[in-house]
Design a protein around this ligand. Structure first.
Ligand code: FMN
Length: 195
C-alpha cells in the first residue's frame, strides 16, 4: 500500500511562494513512492468554528459545510504537508478556519478520550509545516509553529519539522532563493522515506 500524502495549501495566492514550495515537497513525496493529493483551503467553504461545543458530546462537528469533505482527507492521510504564509504573524484565515474546525477531533481525543485514527496508524502519521513571510523578524514563525504543533497533535500527527523562509514577499520570489525549492523537494522525499 502506498503512503498517502495530503498537501494543504493555505495561501489564497495560487502559484505563490508557499504554493511553489508545497508543489516541490509533493513532487519529492511522489518520487519517493507516495500517492499525493493537494487541496487549497480557499476552494472549500469552511465556516470558522462557532464554539457550540457539540463536538464535546458527539466527537464530530455539526456544521454541515465543505469541511465535512476535508475531515476524511485529514484522517486518511499518512503524511500531511501544511503550507501557509504568514498573515499578521499567523497562518492565513483560510488555513486557520480549517485548523479551528479540528476542534471536533481535539474534543474526540481529549474530551471523549476516543481514538482519532486507528491506534496502529497513530504513530505512523507525520507532518511538516512550510511557511514564508515578507519580513525577517527572529520570532516571525513562533506563533504559527505553536498553532501547527497543537493542530497536528489534535489530529494524531507527529510534528516532524518545518521549512521557513523570511524576506520573501512578491509572488514567486521564492524561485530566486538559492536552496528553498530543493529543500522542499528533499523534505517531501524524507517525509515519505523516514520510518
Ligand atoms: C494579509 C497579509 C498579511 C501579511 N502579514 C505578514 C506578516 O505578519 N509578516 C510577514 O512577514 N509577512 C506578512 N505578509 C506577507 C506574506 O507573508 C508574503 O507576501 C508571502 O510571500 C506570501 O506568500 P504566498 O505567495 O505563499 O501567499 C502578509 C501578507 C498579506 C497579504
Amino acid at each position: 500500500m502506498k503512503i498517502k500524502v495530503l498537501g494543504i495549501a493555505g495561501s489564497p495566492r495560487r502559484g505563490g511562494n508557499t504554493d511553489l514550495l508545497l508543489d516541490e515537497a509533493l513532487r519529492g513525496a511522489k518520487e519517493a513512492g507516495a500517492e499525493v493529493e493537494k487541496i487549497y483551503a480557499r476552494d472549500y467553504k469552511i465556516t470558522p468554528c462557532i464554539e457550540c461545543n457539540s463536538c464535546f458530546k458527539l466527537g464530530r462537528c455539526v456544521i454541515e459545510d465543505e469541511m465535512q469533505k476535508v475531515y476524511p482527507k485529514l484522517l486518511e492521510a499518512d503524511r500531511i504537508i501544511f503550507a501557509s504564509p504568514m498573515f499578521f504573524m499567523g497562518i492565513t484565515g483560510w488555513a486557520k478556519a480549517l485548523v479551528d474546525r479540528c476542534q471536533a477531533l481535539w474534543a474526540k481525543k481529549y474530551v471523549l478520550k476516543e481514538p482519532v485514527v486507528e491506534p496502529e496508524r497513530k504513530s505512523q502519521r507525520k507532518g511538516i509545516f512550510i511557511s514564508v513571510g515578507g519580513t525577517k523578524g527572529k520570532s516571525l514563525f513562533d506563533g504559527a509553529i505553536r498553532t501547527m504543533k497543537i493542530f497536528f497533535d489534535a489530529i494524531d500527527v507527529t510534528y516532524s519539522g518545518e521549512l521557513l523562509y523570511r524576506s520573501i514577499d512578491d509572488k514567486g520570489e521564492i524561485k530566486e532563493h538559492p536552496t528553498a525549492l530543493q529543500e522542499a523537494y528533499e523534505a517531501g522525499r524524507k517525509l515519505v522515506c523516514e520510518e
